[in-house]
Design a protein around this ligand. Structure first.
Ligand code: ZN
Ligand code: ZN
Length: 267
């Protein structure tokens, strides 16, 4: 089975200190056939202020150092995890206009600026009411993101659940959001874009089952797999299980990207 990790971070992300060479070696050790570096570029700071300070130079430096070491061994794609693109669509479009860029994950990490713009990570989910208020906002932001052209796949659609349930002990579900997610998926598919299965460092695979069922029913075909690793030990975690789930759910392939063009690889 051809295995790819299309969601990884290096020391070019504020929340990682891993050199790309170490991430690439870990990808080889984990049996990956291709790696995509998707460092963070968030248009909102953790406390919700517009932040356009992102620079490509550190990412280009990491790639220039690492690609020659792994030439003929491991293709390393230049990706980006672009957060909060809907807050400044013109800036987002300019950021991803770089011709060398292979792949963009469009993510929602923060509440909309109208709701304070705080990172979902920093919310204390002390009641179900708090969770659902955050999820209402989360999917509104995703609806705005889905309309844009600056992304290739929607990042971790189930993202806030890792903090609400796993970390803070709630038991919220997406049951009241499936109709909205269906409309988001229809929009994404109509635009020729896809979704990722984000294993969250191997921790959640089963949570993707209903998401993949809905995506399949909407006619979706483009799926990437990502561990969301921020350190070498986490690279590739859950990728094989995610690929097997994708296959079991009736998809025949996963997508890889080059210069923002998808190519399907049979599972
Ligand atoms: Zn993310
Ligand atoms: Zn990430």
């Amino acid at each position: 089975m051809f295995l790819t990790d299309y969601h990884t971070h290096s020391l070019c992300s504020p929340d990682s200190s891993a050199p790309l060479t170490a991430m690439a070696q870990a990808a080889r050790d984990a049996g990956m056939d291709e790696l995509c570096l998707t460092d963070h570029c968030d248009l909102l700071s953790a406390d919700g202020k517009l932040d356009l300070s992102f620079r490509w130079a550190p990412i280009e430096k990491q790639l220039a150092l690492t690609r020659p070491v792994f030439a003929g061994i491991l293709p390393i794609k230049m990706g980006l995890e672009l957060g909060e693109a809907w807050e400044d669509p013109a800036a987002a479009a300019k950021l991803v206009s770089r011709p060398e860029l292979d792949f963009v994950i469009g993510s929602v990490h923060n509440r909309g600026r109208a709701s304070g713009g705080i990172d979902f990570y920093y919310v204390n989910y002390n009641s179900e009411e708090t969770c659902y208020a955050a999820l209402d906002d989360y999917f509104s932001c995703m609806e705005a993101l889905a309309e844009l052209d600056c992304y290739d796949v929607l990042g971790h659609v189930i993202y806030p659940l890792r903090y609400m349930n796993e970390r803070d002990g709630n038991h919220v579900t997406l049951d009241r959001y499936w109709d909205r997610i269906r409309e988001i998926f229809r929009r994404v598919i109509a635009k020729g874009k896809g979704i990722e299965v984000n294993t969250c460092r191997g921790r959640n695979i089963a949570d993707w089952r209903p998401v993949l069922a809905l995506y399949r029913d909407c006619g979706g075909t483009l799926i990437t797999l990502g561990s969301d690793a921020h350190r070498p030990n986490d690279v590739g975690l859950g990728i094989r299980a995610a690929a097997e789930l994708v296959k079991e759910m009736g998809f025949g392939s996963i997508a890889v990207y080059e210069r923002r063009q998808p190519r399907l690889i049979r599972l």
